[in-house]
Design a protein around this ligand. Structure first.
Ligand SMILES: Cc1cc2nc3c(=O)[nH]c(=O)nc-3n(C[C@H](O)[C@H](O)[C@H](O)COP(=O)(O)OP(=O)(O)OC[C@H]3O[C@@H](n4cnc5c(N)ncnc54)[C@H](O)[C@@H]3O)c2cc1C
Length: 392
């Protein structure tokens, strides 16, 4: 275990991943009088990820404070489908976990304890494996996603490789979905980030019913994708993998009732975009909310994180309805058609979709046009795959 501190802890974060890291960073910037601590079971904060987001996901003020974490930024992004190729003029950016760790270590130093697995959490106390008990004014659960009987999920699973190429790839912007690849195991696409003129992050991705990840098959698929584009790898620098929750349905109040008064953030709070599984914009927003709270007692933080997470979940029912169509309404090899149809829409509607800020007219536009799945099938699917029995 590494790390150490001498003062009483005002707020302790369990897990030092994306949400905890951003909250602790923001608190230490705006409330330097507080004593903040992070307990991470892994060897380093942040794990092994590349976290990306669209420009429109964040406000100008949020972009500003996140700046030190951002490693790459692009002016646009594109998608490719069998019958549609589209370039969006909306910016895109990424945060590497390496940069995340450096910024957090610089800002928080001794507040971070790594190699510290927490086995029990209470609102004002945590216990480390090995038995040490640590008291704090407030303990926050930032341990990431864990299964719950109250959330019904599909999965976005992927394996990514950061690859140095022998020659420049000539891509200017990310391809956030290349669904011209052979469809398999649900909706399949390849995600490509041009990190430098000769370096790519390539992820083979599946919107699948089950979480199993056959890593060797995905590595082979990435090698085939490079071949098909005439790109030759000189070195595979690193790999990352993920199985992200995609929300199909859920009872968010019951999910929070299980927390026994312990505040939660990030995926542990159910705060993620229902259709992409991405959580960076939600984590940024919640970090600002916590930093603005005058009272950071366990009771106040629990009430605020619960209220915010429940309201956010409830406002996103439309996305869960779309997910039910995506996962259940058609033959799985044709799921790509739903996204292909969606990408006929103007840039601002697409930007609001990713930011989870759709207006009523946006929702109407998404559902109009020639439907990519048979109508009768869609109605049956919407009714069947609910935990709560409601339609949307
Ligand atoms: C490879 C990958 C790529 C992703 N890409 C994106 C992206 O581009 N954009 C985006 O917005 N989202 C992305 N996501 C999805 C999501 O935003 C991330 O999973 C994000 O890291 C979730 O944040 P979190 O803080 O809730 O959990 P995490 O970042 O997973 O942090 C949880 C931390 O808690 C620690 N922990 C767990 N249990 C304990 C314990 N008992 N004691 C102590 N520590 C513990 C873990 O080791 C981990 O470090 C990605 C996910 C993965 C896996």
């Amino acid at each position: 275990m590494s790390g150490g501190r001498s003062r009483a802890i005002d707020i302790a974060f369990v897990g030092a991943g994306l949400a905890s890291g951003l909250c602790a960073y923001r608190l230490s910037q705006t409330r330097p009088e507080l004593s903040v601590a992070l307990f991470e079971s892994g060897a380093a904060v942040g794990g092994n990820h590349t976290w990306s987001f669209h420009d429109g996901d964040l406000t100008a003020a949020e972009h500003e404070w996140l700046k030190p974490f951002v490693t790459s930024r692009w002016e646009g992004n594109e998608v490719r489908f069998p019958d549609r190729r589209r370039r969006m003029a909306t910016g895109y950016a990424s945060v590497s976990s390496d940069r995340f760790r450096k910024v957090l270590e610089g800002q928080l130093g001794d507040a971070i304890t790594t190699g510290a697995e927490v086995e029990r959490i209470e609102p004002r106390r945590l216990r480390l494996c090995g038995g040490q008990e640590i008291a704090a004014g407030c303990v926050v659960d930032g341990r990431g996603h864990r299964p719950s009987d109250h959330l019904r999920l599909g999965f976005q699973k992927f394996l990514g490789q950061e690859i140095d190429l022998e020659e420049p790839h000539r891509l200017l912007n990310p391809i956030i979905m290349d669904a011209t690849v052979t469809q398999a195991d649900g909706y399949r696409f390849v995600y490509v980030l041009p990190l430098s003129p000769t370096r790519l992050l390539v992820e083979d991705t599946y919107y699948a019913d089950g979480p199993d990840l056959q890593e060797d098959r995905l590595r082979k698929a990435i090698a085939d994708y490079l071949d098909a584009h005439g790109w030759r790898a000189s070195k595979i620098l690193r790999e990352e993998r993920g199985v992200l929750p995609i929300a199909i349905d859920g009872d968010i109040e019951a999910f929070w009732n299980e927390k026994d008064g312990v505040p939660a953030i990030g995926l542990a709070a159910g705060l993620f975009h229902p259709t992409t599984g991405y959580s960076l914009p939600d984590a940024v927003r919640l970090a600002d909310r916590l930093a603005a709270m005058p009272d950071l007692s366990a009771e106040a933080v629990f009430a605020e994180t619960r209220r915010h997470a429940v309201a956010t979940w409830k406002a996103r029912g439309f996305f869960r309805m779309l997910n039910r169509l995506l996962f259940f309404a058609g033959v799985s090899s044709k799921r790509y058609r739903i996204l292909q149809h969606f990408y006929r829409l103007p840039d601002p509607v697409i930007a609001r979709f990713y930011a989870a800020r759709l207006t009523l007219p946006d929702k109407a536009r998404i559902l109009t046009g020639k439907p990519p799945v048979p109508f009768g099938n869609a109605i049956r699917v919407l009714a069947r795959h609910r935990l709560t029995g409601e339609l949307a």
